[in-house]
Design a protein around this ligand. Structure first.
Ligand code: ADP
Ligand code: TMP
Ligand code: MG
Ligand code: ZN
Length: 186
């Protein structure tokens, strides 16, 4: 039977990695064979861990790009888990397609948008071919409502690829994002 692709997307702190790890747990309990990958660029928690903002973690393989995933998949496995999928090259889409066609379930977690609200291309393309898209939200760090679907950058740094946590980024709702942007221009 063909595998399926599940995408877990949303802003920072929305529980994407937590949800990814809960799927890992299900495969672990079922004694399935699986591998967990992350991009080497995300060095926040050491190279070989996928970790949530609350400290949950699993062992992972840090890879430079999507072709390293194919190279590491010689034996037959049941599932592949990939965190921070927004940092992968677009070729990941073709590789994921191959995996689901060869009966492997694939779960990817990642940001849908940059702090400038530009779509992350690899995430967007994977969402298009996914069997299921889980769009998460966070608690808005300005108004406190559980409706944050955007990430706001609190520093002046304009780079759209910039690893970090609360010292750089907060989760906000659209109204609070617009208010913060207006205040910044004043
Ligand atoms: P993601 O991978 O989407 O950034 P994680 O799964 O690593 O998220 O972390 C989710 C956890 O982050 C929540 O369970 C909560 O404890 C914490 N957290 C911190 N800030 C927020 C916020 N603004 N909204 C929701 N959860 C938050
Ligand atoms: P998280 O979704 O697990 O919280 O991690 C997101 C990572 O992406 C974090 O290292 C910060 C980084 N990031 C960017 O590089 N650019 C962005 O525009 C945003 C919002 C986050
Ligand atoms: Mg995460
Ligand atoms: Zn808000």
């Amino acid at each position: 039977m063909a595998g399926k692709l599940t995408m877990i997307v949303g802003p920072m702190y929305s529980g994407k990695t937590t949800e990814l790890l809960s799927f890992v747990e299900i495969y672990k309990l079922g004694r399935k064979k699986f591998k967990v990958f992350k991009p080497a660029i995300d060095d926040r928690y050491g190279k070989s861990l996928v970790k949530t903002h609350t400290g949950l973690e699993v062992e992972a393989i840090a890879v430079e790009g999507s072709k390293d995933i194919v190279n590491l998949l010689e034996e037959k496995i049941d599932a592949v888990f990939i965190d921070e999928v927004q940092f992968f090259d677009k070729d990941l889409v073709r590789i994921v397609k191959q995996l689901i066609d060869s009966n492997v379930d694939v779960f990817c977690a990642g940001l849908d948008m940059t702090f400038k609200q530009n779509p992350f291309e690899t995430t967007a393309a994977l969402m298009a071919i996914a069997d299921e898209v889980i769009k998460k939200k966070a608690v808005c760090e300005v108004c406190g409502e559980y409706k944050a679907n955007l990430t706001y950058k609190v520093t002046e740094e304009e780079k759209e690829i910039d690893i970090g946590g609360k010292e750089k980024y907060i989760a906000v709702c659209r109204d609070c994002y617009n208010n913060l942007s207006k205040e910044r221009i004043k």
